[in-house]
Design a protein around this ligand. Structure first.
Ligand code: ATP
Ligand code: MG
Length: 591
């Protein structure tokens, strides 16, 4: 058994330590304002959950605020469907944003800031081709070369930038670049692109703009505009931090020169009054989450959806939040997982089994218990009257009486699990076999008297007798039985479909395919097993979609949110088996 000590403890991470220090020194007064900034170009995955729990969790813990910001500066890949799904997922995880801005809300401000940079001599329009820009960027060992357009006058740059905005230039004809340092050791500082031309409709601003700000320019400035204090992102942005700082600092410097705003004095007033420009935001990076056996990149996940490897973003095998939700994971289990993995500065891969462990911890308490037979074989109780029906009242939860009981009908013909019977069982098989007596959960002891097989040797029917003295499954002071099995009445039970999921990929790290292969080559077509002939107790007939429960001895399940129709068609997703593979992993690594 896994003990509590095997499981990572929840602790105070380095981000919280920084915040506490900032609060002590009064860097932002006592203001704490974070943001979660997804690009609406796909559904959120479990890696995003880590970032959400961190950003919203910090705001909650320090009485601060957290924005949900849509980083929508790329008009081509973004869509309102993604915006809606992201909102739904954040709320489902249990968080409320203080504001929900879009980066595009600030297109106008960002444009004037770009003009400001030009007027400060900090930005220029570059007419080099993409190829020339690449060539002149230099290498890790060699410095870059200044663009021949780098020394254009402020007037020339302004009029070219305005022409870009007015739609007078073609896509790719030129870009606006920050004038920083083509010899900087950090590539990112070699005159980064700030604006590009893209004649494309944007999902929110339509055709208002044909130039769009680049990530590096937009991000820090959006943080400053929104008054963010701690801008928390993943490690891959570490190299972008100097550009982030340059953009924010340049703006702060520019705000000291109101005369540069000229006729745009109103925008100046607005910017200068924002908290972010008196107390600038700082960026901190943490390690992204990787999980064994899956991919956590929107680019890859979108490929799985578009090429029909899965049924959609919410396919229960997908590592998306909507996939986990449909599979039956609870927000509590995902938040607990994110707390336990902690927030570190070095990348690592977390076992999927830990996520399942958190799920079982949560569902053990909250899932009602039922009986369902997923691979049925008939059991006939020979000495039980044909039309007799016993109605047993069985507790819905073994520990909590408050869950109450449900009625389970018992009849002459029952379904039991095929795997619970062996024709020639070894001694330690405490289930059913010829001449062996077992307990049918909550009902009676039954003694196996015989069975039939078909021509291929498959068991088609098992026979037994029951002992009326054992009603309720107990015999006061009498003989004991070792095995207890679940069962469902063959005449009163209801047919259901059960969907068993296993890992979508056949290897532990689909991110590192063999040469000549890609991650999709490892998609396991058998990762979905549909069992359309399962039988469940009648109490499940009216279960609402999206309900978590346990099939005793089999696993945790969840009624499917799309295909399950109460009273019509029952469809249950297996969320997880009852086996704790996390404990096994701990044993293997000798903890
Ligand atoms: P992907 O790599 O899936 O394409 P992304 O980084 O492009 O993701 P965004 O929507 O731009 O996705 O990210 C929103 C926020 O979520 C960013 O701050 C990003 O750092 C964070 N994030 C993305 N993936 C992970 C992850 N695996 N672990 C932790 N945080 C993540
Ligand atoms: Mg990204």
């Amino acid at each position: 058994m896994s003990t509590k000590a095997d499981v990572p403890e929840k602790g105070k991470d380095f981000i919280r330590q920084i915040i506490e220090k900032d609060n002590e020194t009064g860097k932002y007064g006592s203001r704490v304002h974070t943001r979660f900034p997804p690009e609406p170009n796909g559904y959120l995955h479990i890696g995003h959950a880590k970032s959400i729990c961190l950003n919203f969790g910090v705001a909650r813990d320090y009485d601060g605020k957290c924005n949900l910001r849509f980083d929508d500066t790329n008009p081509v890949k973004e869509d309102i469907e993604y915006v809606d799904s992201i909102r739904e997922d954040v709320e489902w995880l249990g968080f409320k944003w203080d504001a929900n801005p879009f980066a595009s809300d600030n297109f106008e401000k960002l444009y004037f800031i770009a003009e400001l940079f030009i007027k400060m001599g900090k930005a220029y329009v570059d007419h080099q081709s993409a190829e020339e820009i690449r060539e002149n960027r230099g290498t890790l060992k060699e410095p870059g070369t200044n663009s021949p357009y780098r020394d254009r006058t402020v007037e020339e740059n302004l009029s070219l930038f305005r022409a870009m905005k007015a739609g007078e230039l073609e896509d790719g004809e030129c870009i606006l670049r920050g004038k920083i340092d083509m010899t900087a050791a950090n590539f990112m500082l070699r005159d980064p692109a700030l604006y590009r031309i893209k004649h494309a409709d944007h999902h929110r601003t339509g055709d208002t703009w044909c130039i769009y700000p680049m990530y590096d320019f937009t991000h820090g400035l959006s943080d400053a505009i929104e008054g963010i204090t701690h801008s928390i992102c993943t490690l891959e942005f570490e190299n972008n931090r100097p550009v982030y700082d340059w953009c924010v600092n340049t703006l702060m410097e520019g705000l000291k020169q109101p005369e540069l705003f000229g006729e745009n004095a109103a925008i100046y007033e607005e910017l200068a009054a924002l908290p972010g420009f008196n107390q600038r935001p700082w960026q901190y990076e943490f390690a992204r989450l990787n999980i064994t056996g899956t991919v956590l990149s929107k680019r890859k996940l979108i490929q799985l959806v578009q090429e029909d490897y899965v049924s959609g973003w919410d396919d229960p095998r997908m590592p998306t939040i909507s996939g986990f939700r449909r599979r039956g994971f609870t927000p509590e289990s995902i938040r607990d997982f994110c707390d336990r993995i902690g927030v570190a500065k070095a990348d690592s891969t977390v076992e999927y089994a830990l996520l399942e462990y958190c799920l079982r911890q949560d569902l053990n308490d909250r899932a009602a218990r039922y009986m369902g037979v997923v691979d049925p074989v008939k059991l006939v109780i020979e000495n039980y009257p044909e039309d007799q029906v016993d109605e047993f009242e069985i507790a819905l939860h073994p520990e909590y009486e408050s869950y109450g009981k449900r009625k389970v009908p018992f009849t002459k013909e029952l379904w039991i699990e095929r795997a619970d019977f062996m024709e020639d069982p070894p001694k330690k098989f405490f289930r059913m076999g010829p001449d062996r007596e077992v307990r049918l959960r909550g009902a009676y002891y039954v003694l196996c008297t015989g069975y039939d097989t078909d021509a291929d040797g498959n068991v088609t029917e098992i026979r037994a007798t029951y002992d009326p003295e054992t009603k309720g499954g107990w015999l006061e002071g009498g003989r004991k039985v070792k095995g207890t099995m679940h069962w469902v009445s063959a005449t009163k039970g209801i047919k259901a479909e059960v969907r068993n999921y296993s890992n979508l990929f056949s290897i532990d790290n689909p991110n590192a395919p063999e040469e000549g292969k890609t991650f999709v080559d490892y998609v396991d077509p058998d990762s979905l097993e549909v069992l359309s002939e399962c039988y469940v107790e009648p109490a499940l007939a009216k279960m609402q979609p999206g309900t978590n429960f346990q099939f005793e001895r089999t696993g945790y399940f969840c009624s499917d949110s799309k295909d399950h129709k109460p009273g019509e068609k029952l469809v249950f997703n297996r969320t997880a088996t009852l086996r704790d593979s996390w404990a096994k992993i701990q044993k293997q690594i000798g903890k």
